[in-house]
Design a protein around this ligand. Structure first.
Ligand SMILES: [Ca+2]
Length: 235
C-alpha cells in the first residue's frame, strides 16, 4: 500500500500541476507567511504542544522509536520522481521495511522524525518537491477536531491535512517558515487553504485521511525534524 502511495503521488501531482498551467495559476512556491500562532507556547519551549488536553488525538510523538504512528500506520516518503525532477529525501533512520523511523533528538524528548532532502529541478517545469506523511485510520470519527499542532526545527515547508474530498492532491495546507529552534505551532483547520491549482473543495474534518509535510521550492538541500503531532480540539 505504501509503495503504491509513493509511486502514485508524484505522477498525480505532476498531472495536477500540468493542468494548473492551463489556468496560468502557479503561485504555489513564492508565497511566504509568518509562522502560525503558537498559543501560549514560547518559541523555545521544550514542552510537547497541547499535551495537556485529553481530548486531543496523538498522531505521533516518536517516543516508541518505531516507524509507525501512534494510530498504527507506517510513515512514508515521496518525491517528484517521474516528473523530470530528481529530488531525494532520506530519513534519519529506516525500519526493517524501509519506513522512516525516528532518531534521538535535542528537543527535550527522546526521539523525533527527521529528514535531509535535496531538491533538484532537473527538466521538470515547476518547483521540485519531496514529502512525507502518514495515513490515519479509516472509520474513526475526526469530526470534533478543529486543528493540528506539532513542533518542528528546520526548513520551510507546508503542513497538509489530507481529506478524501480532495481528488487531485491539491490538499489543504499551511506554509511554515524555516527555524533553527524547535518551534511549536498550532494550525486551526479554518486557516488551511488549498494551493489553488486543483478543484476547490470545502475542508471537512470528518473526511480526514492523513497528514503530510511537503517541501517544494527551487533547488536546495536542507533538513527538517518534526515531533508531537496532534489533532486538537480548540477550547
Ligand atoms: Ca518526541
Amino acid at each position: 500500500m505504501n509503495i503504491k502511495k509513493i509511486l502514485a503521488l508524484p505522477a498525480a501531482f505532476a498531472l495536477a500541476l500540468i493542468f494548473s498551467a492551463c489556468d496560468g495559476d502557479n503561485t504555489v512556491s513564492v508565497k511566504t507567511e509568518p509562522v502560525a500562532e503558537s498559543g501560549n507556547q514560547s518559541e523555545n519551549s521544550t514542552e510537547p504542544t497541547n499535551q495537556g488536553s485529553t481530548e486531543n488525538l496523538l498522531i505521533d510523538n516518536f517516543e516508541d522509536g518505531d516507524g509507525t504512528s501512534a494510530l498504527g500506520d507506517p510513515w512514508f516518503t515521496g518525491t517528484d520522481a517521474g516528473t523530470g525532477a530528481e529530488s531525494t529525501i532520506e530519513p534519519g533512520a529506516k525500519d526493517a521495511e524501509g519506513h522512516p523511523k525516528p532518531t534521538k533528538t535535542d528537543n527535550g524528548s527522546k526521539n523525533a522524525l527527521s529528514f535531509v532532502y535535496s531538491l533538484k529541478k532537473g527538466s521538470y517545469e515547476w518547483d521540485p518537491f519531496v514529502n512525507w506523511g502518514v495515513h490515519l485510520p479509516a472509520g474513526k470519527d475526526y469530526s470534533k477536531y478543529t486543528g493540528i499542532s506539532y513542533r518542528y526545527k528546520g526548513g520551510d515547508h507546508s503542513i497538509r491535512v489530507e481529506t478524501s474530498d480532495v481528488k487531485d492532491n491539491d490538499y489543504h495546507i499551511k506554509k511554515m517558515n524555516s527555524t533553527d529552534e524547535w518551534t511549536p505551532v498550532t494550525v486551526e483547520f479554518s486557516k488551511l487553504e488549498q494551493e489553488g491549482w486543483g478543484a476547490p473543495v470545502t475542508f471537512d474534518p470528518s473526511n480526514i485521511t492523513g497528514i503530510s509535510i511537503q517541501v517544494k521550492r527551487p533547488d536546495t538541500t536542507d533538513s527538517l525534524a518534526i515531533d508531537d503531532i496532534y489533532l486538537i480540539v480548540s477550547p
